[in-house]
Every structure is written in C-alpha cells, then in structure tokens.
Design a protein around this ligand. Sequence first.
Ligand code: SF4
Ligand code: SF4
Length: 448
Amino acid sequence: MKLLPFLRPPTFRHGVHPDEQKAATAGLPIERMPFVEEYVMPLAQHIGAPARAIVEPGQRVERGEMIAEPGGFVSTAHHAPATGTVRAIDLRPHPSGRLQPAIVIGADPFSSQRLSADAQPLPKGLPGPELVRRIQDAGLVGLGGAAFPSHVKLQVPEGKKARFVMLNGCECEPYLTCDHRIMLERPRAVIGGLRLIMEQVGAERGYVGVENNKADAIEALRQAVGREGLPIEVFALQVKYPQGAEKMMIDAILRQEVPSGGLPLDLELLVNNVGTAAAMVDLVETGQPLIERVLTVSGDGVRRPANLLVPLGTSIEAVLDYCGGMLPETRQVLLGGPMMGMAQKNLDAPIVKGTGGILASLRPAPFIEEEPCIRCARCLEACPLYLNPARIALLAREERVPELSTYHAMDCFECAACSFVCPSHIPLVQLIRMGKAMVRQAAEAEAS
Ligand code: SF4
Ligand code: SF4
C-alpha cells in the first residue's frame, strides 16, 4: 500500500475536540498496585461467550493458574490474579450494572504472589495454530476497551489476507493516559508485539497511529523501530475525537474507508491496541497470562491521580482507596473516559479486562432539559461516519425500525460525538443505542 506524504498531521474527517484533561496523569509513571484481600473475576469479560469455571469453592489456586476455560471459539480463558482460595462462584456486581456469575478468590496474605510455575515462556517457532490456541488459553483480549478475543483476530479466515497490521495508540478519550505510558515505558514490548502479530498473519507492513499530544511516546516507538530496521511506520496523528476508533485511524493513515458492515480485514488490514501487543510479548517471553492491566485513575474527585498496574478482579473501591480515596463532594464514578465510559453505581464492581480508566468527578453531566431540534446540522458535521444522527434518533424515538437500517443505524459505534455537540441537549447516542437494539430484536424475531 503506497502512502502519499502528509503535509500536516493526518486525521479523519469530522469529529470533535473535547478538552483533553490528560495533564494530571500523562507524566506519572505506571505503579504496581499492591495485592488486596479479595478478587472477583466475572466469567463474562469479553465479547463472545462467557468463560466456564473449572475450579470449585474451597480450591487453592496459584497466581496465573487457569480458573475458567473458553466457552467457545469467540471466548477466552480467565486466570487467578492472585494466589489464594476460591471463596465462591456466584452472582456479583459487574461493570455493566448487572449481577453476573463470577469466581471470588480470597488472596493468601502470606503468599509471595509469584507467578504459577505452570506459566513458562512459549517455545520459539510455535506453529501458527498452536500460538493462536496459547493466546486464547492465556485470556488475551483487546485492551483498548472492546475486549475482543485476540486469538480470533490472529486467525485470518480462508480467502482473506492480512497484508498490513496497525496498532492503535491514539487514546483519544479525555483523561486516559494508560496507553501513553505503556508506549513510553515499554516501546520495545509494543513494537515486539506488533512484529509478533505481523509474523503470525504474514503481514508485510506495520503501522502505529498515535495522536501528536504524545510526542515522547512517538519518539520512543520510532527509536524502537529504528534500532531493528523494521518495516513499521509510526504516525503522529492530529488530536481529535474519536481518532482512536479503528475505522477513523485507518481513514487517517491509509485514507481508506472500511465498507459499511465490513471489517478492516476487507482492506487486508488487522488493527490491535498497543497494550494488547505488549501483553502478547509478556505471554511469549514469560508465560504470563492476562491477569493484570494498566489503567488511569483521574478526575477532580480523586485525591491522587495515577497510572496503575492493577490485578484484574480488584474492586473499583479498592483502587480508589489506594489513590487516597475520593473527595466527599464526588458525584459520579465512570469506568472508562467521559465520552464512552459507563457510570457506576456499585463500587464493588471489579476491574475487568476492558477497563482502561476510573474517572471520579465532582460534577456529573448536568441534567439539562432537552429542547426541540433546531436543524443546525452540528451532529452531522461531528459524526465521523457521515451518519445523520438527528434523523436516526428521531426514527428510534418513533420506533420506525425498517427505516433505521436504511439510515445505517447499525454502523454507529456510539462514540457520542453527536451528543457532545448538540445545542438542544438531545440524547442522540442513547436514542441511537435504543434504535440499534430494536433492529437487533427485529432481526432475531424474523430468524426465529
Ligand atoms: S454516536 Fe454514532 S451517530 Fe453519533 S457521532 Fe458517533 S458514530 Fe455518529
Ligand atoms: S445537533 Fe441537535 S439540534 Fe442540531 S441538528 Fe443535530 S439533533 Fe438537531
């Protein structure tokens, strides 16, 4: 794929510019959070079928030992984030807001918390299908938020090719800086992971997209590439939301459009997150499965903002406590960033594989009465997919299901850029989400 030179940092068309709010944590190195007393590992932590528990209450488990096996092809295993004893397998609060089946582990306070002896570096030159199986068994998923099982992406279907692999280091959500720190502190692991993916799928070229508010990370990655003379380019992209959506990053770097309803693979391209690439290197070099992740704790409601390496299953409350706790005036806690994050009502919910941040805010989104649409078209100008959010929201409100598909409602990836700019405070993204659910229900009803 021949790329034309860019006269200024590339980006996609449309999008919005929310206040970045990254200064509080961008300069803070990743610190390891100490072990806590209890871990709650939900069986559903990724897109696809939930994992199946393979341990029983009362059983002793080692840190890194498999505790749940994949529940199907689009599913991954889970592992004990700490050495201890299985206390229960029952319904526990989940970041989705529902109660979900989970394995509860009481950590052994006297354990050294070394990784289980079963976790060994992977043998060199593993055949492709065996590496894919090991990645599934290690519980690796996309760490950018979507939590799509990594092994599925690495198995390119018959008749398709992945000539290019792209790593996503945009981190366009305000406040979040965990990917920034991973790229800056572990550039060789990020590039090593990209190289591993390229070898696995037989790609000829790699790209990394990073917004140009992370100049130090871009420099670190370029040095890591340069040292080894790899066919990889690191792109400094304009700062714009949602630059980190894979379709937008592809548009910015390659000036190509993923077809409606299609995948990057339709352009012979695979996209992964930078943190996922580093986690793959951890697996290959040390045998460590996905038992911990880096996340950002920030917002004006938290006393000590931080970038932390946190064992999965740690409660939101324990993480906030480690950061000095919340100010008493804190009104809202989100998992993720302010644009796409999920408000949490129960701080017992655990950190899961897709959690990139905890945001404690003194000022929740104010409730402003919705006004009628004034046909200003700002939502159309914001939508990176050139959808008509005002129209789709109206169709959803009026439950005009067949027309929702005509207006490509299912293409919307719920970035909330349209809601962000609407002067009438119409809950566009919520209405569109509702509309998408109606389309799915109608399709299911038709199929049954
Ligand atoms: S939420 Fe959907 S409709 Fe709104 S801007 Fe994002 S992609 Fe477009
Ligand atoms: S931004 Fe809001 S007011 Fe303007 S056209 Fe869209 S829905 Fe209507």
